[in-house]
Unconditional design. Structure first.
Length: 170
């Protein structure tokens, strides 16, 4: 395992939108330098609040099955936080986003009134954390995600990771 250091310099976002309590501000989430342990080659660990645990575990298991990588939920992973307001890089409101500082993943934010869509949103945002960008195909990595990890979404992730398998859900 390697240690990725997260510092609060230069905000970049992968999505037009990671966990602690509702109402926590993004600056409070990453105000101090934090360390996140991630697998060296193929996978990522996510740390979720209790409200998102089931949906996050399901989303992680789906990415693991599709990629053959170690994508899982554990205490020392990339934080997923619930916030009252989640803003895109352009200032518009969004339901969730993945945030990086200086090109290093920092956290995932989910808006509190979007928890009912948590598995859909977390599958999409975990895809960003695993290296995928948006595409115009159907599936998890569309600008507005659809259910299912399609071949185009999986190709985006496997372009960034050394996937062990390539098994789209749809």
């Amino acid at each position: 395992m390697r240690l990725a250091l997260l510092a609060s310099v230069g905000l970049l976002t992968a999505c037009g939108a990671a966990g602690t309590d509702v109402g926590t501000t993004p600056s409070a989430v990453v105000a101090e330098t934090a360390a996140v342990t991630v697998p060296e080659t193929c996978g990522m660990v996510f740390s979720l609040p209790a409200e998102l645990a089931d949906a996050g575990a399901s989303a992680a298991a789906r990415w693991s099955a599709a990629t053959g990588c170690d994508v899982r939920v554990a205490a020392e992973g990339l934080p997923v936080v619930i916030l009252d307001t989640v803003l895109r890089f352009d200032g518009r409101a969004t339901k969730a986003r993945t945030v990086a500082f200086g090109g290093v993943m920092s956290h995932i934010e989910v808006r509190s009134d979007s928890i009912h869509q948590a598995e859909l949103l977390l599958t999409h945002e975990m895809g960003h954390a695993l290296g995928a960008e948006h595409h115009s195909e159907t599936g998890a990595m569309r600008e507005w995600p659809a259910v299912g990890i399609d071949a185009a979404s999986l190709a985006e992730v496997c372009g960034a990771l050394e996937c062990e398998t390539f098994v789209p859900e749809m």
